[in-house]
Design a binder for this molecule. Structure first.
Ligand SMILES: NC(=O)c1ccc[n+]([C@@H]2O[C@H](COP(=O)([O-])OP(=O)(O)OC[C@H]3O[C@@H](n4cnc5c(N)ncnc54)[C@H](O)[C@@H]3O)[C@@H](O)[C@H]2O)c1
Length: 326
């Protein structure tokens, strides 16, 4: 298995799950946002996904049979400011990987996609059939890759699954690997940082049409995402049927729920201030999660916010500076 972006947060957890399931993993990553220390399951090949020759070389030398593609940039705000960087890395990068696969005869592909491809929801929970109308260039780049996939299937017999994650969260329950983005853009690690002396948290708007006025999101445990990848791959091997699946629990939690849960789990206070709404933040984003359950047999092991926060807190306690040292 080639795991692009396997030195990153979700890719490193997928590499572990794949290795546990008996696959030999090769990580392909340029470490632009990943960590050498996160590569514990399989060899690290350092390279850039936009370099077709380098990807071809990795595929050929290691006799790769399938690719899981995590490598991408994922900061929505940055994607709005710097669309060229996002199109180059996320779209050109993915096309380079697909081109290399075709050239080397590798025909199975699992894509990290995102609920950001849906844009402003017209119904919640969001089913896979919801219109895909992204409102930022990050979502556009991921959707463009999704849209390319049927063409690669028709032209080259390349079968694929797009997994549309909601909010990835938590850390490896064994405490080996965890979340270390720089800057950290995700709510749970930012809330934990605020509780432990880091910058105070900003809550962007408390007048949304939600029960407590703050935004509702669907937090899905990173180990559950990793498990879903193994299941998606196995279905692809078994049936060759391409498709797209939401990966979320279907149970939304508010920003206030996150603050309260972090306070309970850490037994500390989270300092926070109210800030204006951010443009483009929908009030509620959560998945209709039935398709992955029905077709992949996927059932999250950490469906509740408390167990997600507990694993994130466990990782933070042993790695307060992430991979940068204890
Ligand atoms: N974290 C989330 O909540 C979330 C939600 C939806 C979708 N996703 C998608 O999941 C994937 C992984 O996200 P993550 O949170 O693990 O991010 P991450 O930044 O931790 O990992 C991405 C990895 O890709 C590598 N990478 C980036 N550009 C590369 C390039 N040109 N060549 C080689 N390697 C490169 C980085 O070094 C990093 O190790 C992304 O595709 C992202 O769009 C993430």
């Amino acid at each position: 298995m080639l795991v692009t972006g396997g030195a990153g947060y979700i890719g490193s957890h997928a590499a572990k799950a794949l290795s546990r399931a008996g696959y030999e993993v090769v990580v392909f990553d340029n470490l632009v946002a990943g960590h050498r220390e996160a590569v514990r399951y399989g060899e690290l090949v350092e390279g850039d996904i936009t370099d077709v020759a380098a990807v071809r070389d990795a595929l050929r030398r290691r006799e790769i049979f399938a690719v899981m593609h995590f490598a991408a940039f994922l900061d929505v705000g940055e994607s709005v400011r710097e669309p060229a960087r996002y199109y180059r890395n996320n779209l050109v990068g993915a096309l380079s990987v697909l081109e290399a696969m075709v050239a080397e005869g590798v025909r199975l592909f699992v894509l990290s996609s995102t609920c950001a491809t849906y844009g402003e929801p017209i119904e919640t929970p969001i089913p896979e059939t919801h219109p895909q109308r992204p409102i930022n260039s990050y979502g556009e780049t991921k959707l463009a890759v999704e849209r390319a996939l049927p063409h690669f299937e028709r032209a080259h017999g390349l079968h694929s699954v797009a997994l549309r994650y909601f909010n990835a969260a938590g850390a490896d329950p064994d405490g080996e690997i965890g979340e270390d983005h720089s800057p950290e853009i995700h709510l749970i690690p930012r809330t934990i940082a605020a509780a432990t002396g880091g910058p105070g948290l900003q809550v962007f708007g408390d007048d949304y049409p939600t029960p407590d006025g703050t935004c509702l999101r669907d937090y899905v445990h990173v180990a559950d995402l990793a498990d879903a990848h193994v299941r998606a791959l196995e279905r692809l091997v078994r049936t060759g049927a391409s498709g797209a699946y939401n990966l979320g629990t279907g149970h939304p939690y508010s920003v206030r729920d996150v603050i309260e849960t972090v306070e309970r789990v850490t037994a500390r206070t989270v300092p926070w201030t109210l800030a204006p709404r951010r443009p483009g933040d929908p009030a509620a984003l959560y998945a209709a999660a039935g398709k992955a359950k029905a077709e992949l047999g996927w059932e999250p092991r950490f469906p509740d916010l408390e167990s997600i926060v507990r694993t994130a807190w466990g990782w933070h306690q042993t790695h307060p500076n992430g991979y940068g040292g204890a």
